[in-house]
Design a protein around this ligand. Sequence first.
Ligand SMILES: [Zn+2]
Length: 341
Amino acid sequence: MSLLRSLERPPPSALPEDASAFLAQLGGPTCIRVPGRDRSRTRVATTLLHGNEPSGLRAFLGWLRGGAEPAVDAHLIVASVQAALEPPGFSHRMLPGRRDLNRCFHGPFDDTEGALAQEILRAIREAEPEALIDIHNNTGHNPSYGVGVEVTPEALALVSRFGSAFVWSHLRLGALMEVLRDIPSATVEVGRSGDPEADAVALRGLTRFLGDETLDADPAVPMRVLVTPMRVCVREGARLLVSDLPPDAAHPADLVIRADLDRHNFERIEPGTRLGWVREGTRPLVLLDEDGRDRADFYFEVRGGALIVRRSIIPIMITTDPAVAASDCLFYVVRERDAAT
Ligand SMILES: [Zn+2]
């Protein structure tokens, strides 16, 4: 039995306003097919690879309820329906104990998530799309931006419908984008889950992606390309605190990160800036470059207990959620393309 159902476009009047009700109606992973003005071409949009990232789903629903006819055939793929429906709703990235769907696209394909990833890939390949976008939310305060494994004019043009920054990622995680190199495609991170502005960015971008006759770049949007993400992580076992005060006996920590740090995503942070504090005698911060080398001492120093930036950096995807920082990383460091560090 197929895990990914196929559904012809439902009439707007049959669609609920509420995204959870829409998911319940779908009942499982679904590809919604919408005939366009030009039936010879197809574009694919995917969303909800992560169940706690609802902006893309809300955009799908808003666009379908609007009743617009797309320029070309549109296939809208809604993936992690069960994870998203798991109470209290849109709070689980994946079902408890299961794999992250957006880490499954290189296989293995022998569990439910792997099998779904394989079916999604098959559906995309069969559609032979001229372009694909995958809509996500993220945590922290970030502007809307795109991510891709290759910087191509087509990928930049797709992202320009959602934001003005493109992160060129070399990370190999098993994400959908990594296996679609022959299709013009990009992931877009439209902002924080639950932020109405993120929902609005997703709907606006999707409407243009589906409605524009051609997918040329928007000359009004100068794209900023950021390359080579390096990961800044908290060393295993180190205690992290998010606070505007240094650690003390009442608030012990090996590393304290300024509470407002995530307001500086995508901004250049100049040498001498204090990011937080470090407990004397500890090295709680790790900065891993592409080759997995720790370059923390090159970029940061500790002066009188304060954690100071030594070289200009651009941090992105900063999280001030200690649980996320512990399980993944604190932030990424990127540089402008063509700029030397
Ligand atoms: Zn995601």
